[in-house]
Design a protein around this ligand. Structure first.
Ligand code: SAM
Length: 255
């Protein structure tokens, strides 16, 4: 159960329910479902069709390449279920899914709605009336084009579910993670202390937790500056204290 005692409910609408269910049956999502923390309901859009071929796509008005997911089974399937809102259409043109949104959606377990819903597109496009009159918003997982929304839906479900209280074995492990504080995570090491001559940094074996915290924070800042300077810009640059920390713990250009 989540903090408020409800599972997080997530409804997924797709023409490939087995894709979503297969992934979400093992590992973290499988455990979250069997332990009652995640109430994942997968709906097959083809079950809402009325023709003998169970068609869900048709040619685009105006011509052009590819097929379009028709509105009829999509509206019928969603309306029959009345799923938790918001209902997000997965789409490369949507709002970018990120860690703050994952955190917001994880908190939605305790809201009146108790969760959210995901609609997986397929083919060249989804009929625009679904976007305009059924979905609440569109979500993208990145600037590339997938063949369908199922993998994107699973990305969202896994990122959100691991934030639910009780889902991760070690509750502390979510706290310092990449993006949680607007920075990428510091490097980790485990045994052996010397692997093929590559030694674990001495500070991590010092037992001095103040030093270890300072080193980790400096490494997180350094790593973020090097690979994601946009995240540093988004948080308003480096403070004077952070510049001093970087100079002391990880000498090099402080940006
Ligand atoms: N023609 C569309 C375009 O250019 O934007 C791409 C359609 S794509 C082949 C089919 C479906 O995959 C989309 O409707 C969407 O549900 C899903 N999809 C593809 N890329 C995605 C992304 N980056 N994020 C979320 N969903 C995506």
């Amino acid at each position: 159960m989540t903090g408020q005692g409800h599972p997080l409910r997530v409804d997924v609408f797709t023409i490939f329910p087995e894709l979503v269910d297969g992934f979400a049956t093992v590992a973290l999502l499988g455990r979250a479902r069997t332990s009652g923390l995640l109430d994942l309901r997968i709906h097959d859009l083809r079950e809402a069709t009325t023709d003998v071929h169970r068609s869900v796509d048709d040619a685009p008005f105006g011509g052009g390449a590819g097929m379009v997911l028709t509105p009829t089974p999509v509206f019928a399937s969603v309306e029959a279920v009345d799923p938790p809102r918001p209902l997000y259409l997965l789409s490369p043109r949507g709002r970018r899914f990120d860690q703050p949104l994952a955190e917001e959606l994880a908190r939605s377990a305790s809201s009146t709605a108790g969760g959210f819903s995901l609609l997986c597109g397929r083919y060249e496009a989804v009929d625009e009336r679904v976007v305009a009159h059924l979905a609440d918003d569109e979500l993208s997982i990145g600037d590339y084009v997938l063949a369908g929304g199922e993998v994107a839906a699973l990305v969202v479900i896994e990122a959100v579910s691991r934030l639910l209280p009780g889902v991760m074995g070690n509750e502390v492990s979510g706290h310092d993670e990449s993006f949680t504080s607007g920075l990428l995570e510091y490097p980790h090491y485990t045994r052996p202390a010397d692997f093929r001559g590559w030694k674990v940094p001495e500070v991590l074996r010092s037992g001095d937790h103040g030093r270890i915290d300072r080193w980790r924070r400096a490494m997180a800042l350094r790593r973020t500056m090097e690979t994601r300077p946009d995240l540093i810009t988004a948080r308003g640059g480096l403070s004077d204290e952070e510049r001093r920390l970087l100079d002391r713990e990880t000498p090099g250009p402080a940006g």
